[in-house]
Design a protein around this ligand. Structure first.
Ligand code: AMP
Length: 508
């Protein structure tokens, strides 16, 4: 491909580019609207500004700012000019930013005005020449300078494997690694999703996800931008705001927590979502209970899909056809998936093993970590996802857990998900997490961390006793602890590394 993802995006805009592409809240003045034409000219001006600063294709532009159309403009300008976009989680603290800036060596950092002093100090130390600011309402030194730019940078000619973005992985598994995503990776996945989920310019996507993560930035924005659909942006997920805007939308994408929160009140009902055609879920497992309750309440089967920063989306439940609760569906067109044993042997349907993927969506490797990158790929080019999975007789992929979450107790493998499901079935239990902790005798043992439903009571001995009746002893958690809530990262994933640390002495 000799075109950039940007060129592909612009080519997908509606013929009438005065149509609205994006509506975003402005806390001071009411909603702000952006036509496709305005998005394109914003990208062209921002890209001209970056080039004027001396940035060359391949240079990194780091952004840690609140969600705003201008932040999207920075992303689009990078795609247009061949610069590499580096979004940073708004929750990152100084030390995390320091690490990322040191690792990625951006030529420009754009940050919230409140972080400017810290960023200037980091940039000076790390050799980043430019620091500018941008807030949620289009104020900041970045806006002051780009408003004066009248030039438009023509779209760069990019090869499919030219770098488009570096996304640092979410950190549920140790030190952040920069996943290098090319124009070809993002284009292939964006087109696959747009087509699989039938996005057209008649769609209106209600977008409540953050845009520093692959889910909100790539999955959501690319579906809309590559089909000429409109997006209604919300600053963050706020139940009342989503309920208010849903009647104007046709599609919504969420992490499972969004759905459990929506279901928490009777005002979320069939009538409210009668214009909707699609709800998707991903980034963390959607409980079958949530899927069922959602369908009973609204008539919609949430479409669950599976992917990761390094690969974009790999599998999806079908648009037409049965969406099966507790599964992540089938490989997307162009994507191959397989399940292998610890020894690398191909496993058959129904067998549990490591999930590997191959396809145009799979990233080029981790930034400046050639050995680590090589380790993650097999000789024949399959990426080891680190997820443990099973493919059933009908071809649906089931995720069983993360390889890292796997507990090996007395030499036996325990898959946390299996135990969590049993604990979650108990009527007193809202949700649970099973983590492996050091055990004097077995090497490792499972510990259950459990959140009870309001007003319910359950004690450790009863919980353990019930499990002993249902599963082999080696699978039964050795201890159970009851907590108010499970720690989750911004994408709704349970942070098992924190739990492992909290309970590390529980079984010594
Ligand atoms: P991230 O790179 O932050 O998007 O995290 C990717 C990881 O999230 C995957 O490797 C999975 O472990 C998990 N994940 C993504 N989608 C799902 C899903 N639908 N169900 C369960 N886990 C998921």
């Amino acid at each position: 491909m000799s075109l950039s993802l940007y060129t592909l995006i612009e080519a997908s805009f509606p013929d009438d580019r005065s149509r609205m592409a994006l509506e975003a809240p402005d806390r001071a003045h009411g909603p702000r609207e952006w036509s496709f034409d305005r998005l394109a000219s914003m990208a062209a001006r921002y890209a001209a500004f970056f080039a004027g600063l001396g940035l060359k294709p391949g240079d990194r532009v780091a952004l840690q700012a609140e969600k705003s159309p201008e932040a999207l403009g920075v992303y689009l300008a990078c795609l247009r000019g061949g610069f590499v976009f580096l979004p940073m989680n708004t929750a990152y603290r100084t030390d995390e930013i320091d690490y990322l800036v040191g690792d990625a060596e951006p030529a420009l950092v754009i940050c919230d005005p409140s972080a400017e002093t810290a960023l200037r100090e980091i940039a000076a130390r790390r050799g980043t020449p430019h620091v500018l600011t941008l807030d949620a309402d289009a104020h900041g030194s970045f806006i002051d300078v780009v408003l004066k730019v009248r030039d438009a940078l023509p779209p760069a000619v990019c090869a499919a494997n030219d770098l488009a973005a570096i996304l640092y992985t979410s950190g549920t598994t140790g030190k952040p690694k920069g996943a290098m995503l090319s124009h070809g990776n993002l284009a292939a996945n964006g087109i696959a999703l747009r087509d699989a989920w039938r996005f057209t310019e008649d769609d209106v996507l209600l977008h409540a996800l953050p845009i520093f993560h692959a889910h909100g930035l790539f999955v959501a924005c690319h579906c809309a931008l590559l089909s000429g659909a409109k997006m209604i942006w919300q600053q963050k997920f706020d139940r009342a705001d989503v309920i208010r805007e849903l009647p104007r939308a046709t599609a919504f994408m969420g992490v499972p927590t969004f759905y459990t929160r929506l279901l928490a009140g009777d005002d979320f009902n069939r009538d409210l979502v009668r214009h909707m055609r699609l709800f998707t879920s991903g980034s963390a497992p959607l409980l079958a209970e949530t899927f069922d309750e959602f369908r009973a309440r609204t008539g919609h089967a949430i479409l669950e899909r599976y992917g990761m920063t390094e690969t974009g989306m790999n599998t999806s439940n079908p648009y037409d056809g049965e969406r099966r609760a507790g599964t992540v569906g089938f490989p997307l067109p162009g994507v191959e998936v397989r399940v292998v044993s610890g020894e690398g042997e191909l496993l058959g349907n129904g067998e549990i093993g490591g999930l590997q993927v191959r396809g145009p969506n799979v990233f080029a490797g981790y930034w400046r970590m050639p050995e680590k990158s090589a380790e993650e790929f097999t000789q024949d080019g399959w990426f080891r996802t680190g997820d443990v999975a099973m493919i059933d007789a009908d071809g649906y992929v089931h995720l069983v857990g993360r390889a890292k979450d796997l507990i090996i107790s007395g030499g036996f493998n325990v898959y946390p998900k299996e135990i969590e499901e049993l604990v979650d079935e108990m009527p007193e239990v809202l949700e649970s997490a099973i983590v492996g902790v050091p055990h004097a005798d077995f090497g490792e043992a499972g510990v259950a961390v459990v959140v009870l439903r309001p007003g319910q009571a359950l004690d450790e001995a009863t919980l353990v006793g019930r499990l002993k009746e249902r599963i082999a002893n080696f699978k039964v958690p050795k201890r159970a602890f009851f907590v108010e809530s499970l720690p989750r990262n911004t994408m709704g994933k349970v942070q098992k590394n924190l739990l492992r640390n909290d309970y590390k002495d529980a079984c010594r």
